[in-house]
Design a binder for this molecule. Sequence first.
Ligand SMILES: Cc1cc2nc3c(=O)[nH]c(=O)nc-3n(C[C@H](O)[C@H](O)[C@H](O)COP(=O)(O)OP(=O)(O)OC[C@H]3O[C@@H](n4cnc5c(N)ncnc54)[C@H](O)[C@@H]3O)c2cc1C
Length: 410
Amino acid sequence: MQRLDRVVIVGGGPVGLTAALALGQSGVPVTLFEHYATPFEDPRAATLHPPSLEMLSALGAGEEVIRRGLVAPRFQFRDRATFEVVATFDLAHIADATAHPYCVQCEQHKVAAALLDLIGSGKWDIEINLGTTVSSVAQDGDGVMITAAGPQGEIAVRAPWILGADGGRSTVRKALGIEFEGFTWRERFLVVTTPFDFRTTFGFEYRNYLSDPAEWCALFKVPGFTPEGHWRVVFPTPPEETDEEVLSDASILRRLTGAFGGSARDFPVMHRNLYIVNQRVAARFRKGRAFLAGDAAHVNNPLGGLGMNSGIHDAVNLAGKLAAVWHGRVPGAAAEDLLDRYHRQRHTVAHEFVQAQTIRNKQTLEERDPEVRARALAHLRATAADPKRARPYLMNTSLLASITRADAIP
Ligand SMILES: Cc1cc2nc3c(=O)[nH]c(=O)nc-3n(C[C@H](O)[C@H](O)[C@H](O)COP(=O)(O)OP(=O)(O)OC[C@H]3O[C@@H](n4cnc5c(N)ncnc54)[C@H](O)[C@@H]3O)c2cc1C
């Protein structure tokens, strides 16, 4: 077994790579293992909120992510049946609280690629092992034992600390026996990618939510790989429908034309993906010498675009604390408490902000009771129209308030 005097990170998604860069820049040597040979291009996260842009900018990756993305200062709620704009929220209302009063639509594999490029500059002691899968993790009082397999064959290493940033099915979390508490929604979410230009035709923003008691829908623009970019449309699908039915041309066309009118010619389908959707939070974000961050620690429905963002916030929070301990700036019991504080802070905001908001967003979009629905939409309309009410709403939905909340947790 090879002894590494380095922090080991499992998972090179946006969260693991952010943690690697933040630790490396703090003078902590890092070895990262990532299963894929290049960032996996599935259509998941695309929205970066202001605090994540601030953190990526502090790491030197913000400018590149903004350059590769689309700046989205506003988002819309509509009534799907009438197409009426219920509320348009403008992040200009929080311009006093952030250097980035806008979201950026940039696919997560491009965020990962931007981070990898920066790490590849070789300025920091960060070793990235792509195409390498970690299969087992165990720990004792002094360190963590990891086995992995990749282009270099089977590897067995021992390291003082490990971060599991290995996604919702985290090998690290399972190996540590940490409960993933929560539930799975009955519906799966269908994501359809099309070049149809919803902005020019219907005046949509780059981020939109369409409420409907029978079938809500969410609509986002992403840059893609063409100057025109493309759009992702998200629909809930009932458990009675099989995967084959949901992913068939007929069902996709029925859903698109049901929501937006037109015909098959209008909506060339570039990709179709179906996701099982969970709301779960790990019982502990730290166990001994192991930490969890990002989807390994918490998963949620994508309405609000909070999963990757809160994972980036985990990574930056943990890196600061682990670097302080690594460099011996915090001695003995205080070091233990500082590392436990990572759990206290990030576990709390995972529940209070990310879980609460994403569940509420889904409920608002799908509400069936006409009176409750009318009240919810009226509330959104009034909130967007009044800057005094829009500001706290945007502080929450952007997760800026979650950072202040976490900082206040001792
Ligand atoms: C449809 C959809 C839309 C979404 N939209 C948004 C959005 O707009 N904004 C937002 O913030 N979030 C969004 N999310 C959530 C977001 O995709 C996740 O929260 C985000 O990917 C989490 O990043 P991560 O790095 O923690 O995990 P992942 O991106 O899952 O990365 C984990 C990495 O670990 C690697 N790995 C796994 N196991 C091992 C192993 N044993 N050994 C080595 N490597 C391993 C994987 O290959 C992967 O690269 C969306 C999700 C979905 C499904």
